[in-house]
Design a protein around this ligand. Structure first.
Ligand SMILES: Nc1ncnc2c1ncn2[C@@H]1O[C@H](COP(=O)(O)OP(=O)(O)OP(=O)(O)O)[C@@H](O)[C@H]1O
Ligand SMILES: [Mg+2]
Length: 227
């Protein structure tokens, strides 16, 4: 086997304390190879978002190690994390997390700001290209609150893809889209996986999305199992 691009070793995540403790991830061991497309399916509350957040270094696990490309994300300093994320990771949040004061265009382009090597011109062409791909070019100057839920989701997807990340994390990426738009977005993601070798980890409660993945894992009460 080659070196996995993502590796979780005995990862636990607990929220709260005392009798209010919730074990959201329980002894999770997981290896994902570069170029794979993995869907993790499970019901609401089983720990899907938590899994993606710890994988992306957005939340610290209570215990365990998380290696992205061999680097332990839990050990990267706060100062270095934005640049590491900008170069390695795309993330589609379940709740979008668009910045209200920025336009669609600015929300997407902001991902590229930490990469000093990119000229302003290059940042602009990359941003416009990805906005076109999700069919949001016409709404480029709108702010998130002036957009529908599905439009916000498409901007969030453009933001996740603009840096052509080697790794894409998607949390319910089609949750607010009609079935046709959702299908189109999934096809874009599947094409990037196939043509560019982008590694994709998608979490969802929606069984129908598993047809786009190469591998499906099941999650229940913070535990992941194969098949
Ligand atoms: N910040 C938090 N504080 C306390 N408990 C939390 C927090 N975030 C998540 N949890 C709990 O951890 C468990 C897993 O939550 P998580 O958001 O990962 O589930 P999910 O599978 O993504 O659910 P959904 O499909 O509804 O998005 C749930 O029981 C949830 O209540
Ligand atoms: Mg969730």
């Amino acid at each position: 086997m080659t070196n996995p691009i993502i590796r979780l070793e005995n990862v636990n995540k607990e929220y709260g304390s005392g009798k209010n403790t919730v074990a959201a991830l329980k002894d999770v061991d997981l290896e994902i190879q570069a170029g794979d497309f993995v869907a993790v399916v499970g019901v609401s509350g089983c720990g899907k978002s938590t899994l993606l957040h710890v994988m992306a270094g957005l939340e610290q696990p209570t215990s365990g190690r998380i290696l992205l490309d061999g680097v332990d994300v839990t050990l990267i300093s706060e100062r270095d994390l934005p640049k590491v994320r900008a170069q390695k990771i795309g993330f589609v949040f379940q709740s979008f997390l668009l910045i209200e004061d920025l336009t669609s265009y600015e929300n997407v382009e902001a991902v590229l700001w930490p990469i000093e090597e990119l000229s302003k011109q290059k940042q602009e062409s990359m941003t416009l290209k990805v906005l076109r791909e999700v069919d949001m070019l016409e709404r480029r100057d709108h702010r998130p609150l002036q957009l529908s839920g599905g439009e916000q989701q498409r901007v969030a997807i453009a933001r996740a893809l603009v840096n052509s990340p080697p790794i894409l994390f998607c949390d319910e990426p089609t949750g607010n889209l009609d079935s046709k738009t959702g299908e189109n977005i999934m096809k874009i993601i599947a094409r990037l996986n196939k043509e560019k070798g982008m590694t994709v980890v998608l979490v969802t409660h929606d069984e129908s999305l598993t047809k786009f993945a190469k591998k499906t894992l099941r999650m229940k009460d913070g535990v992941i199992r194969q098949g």
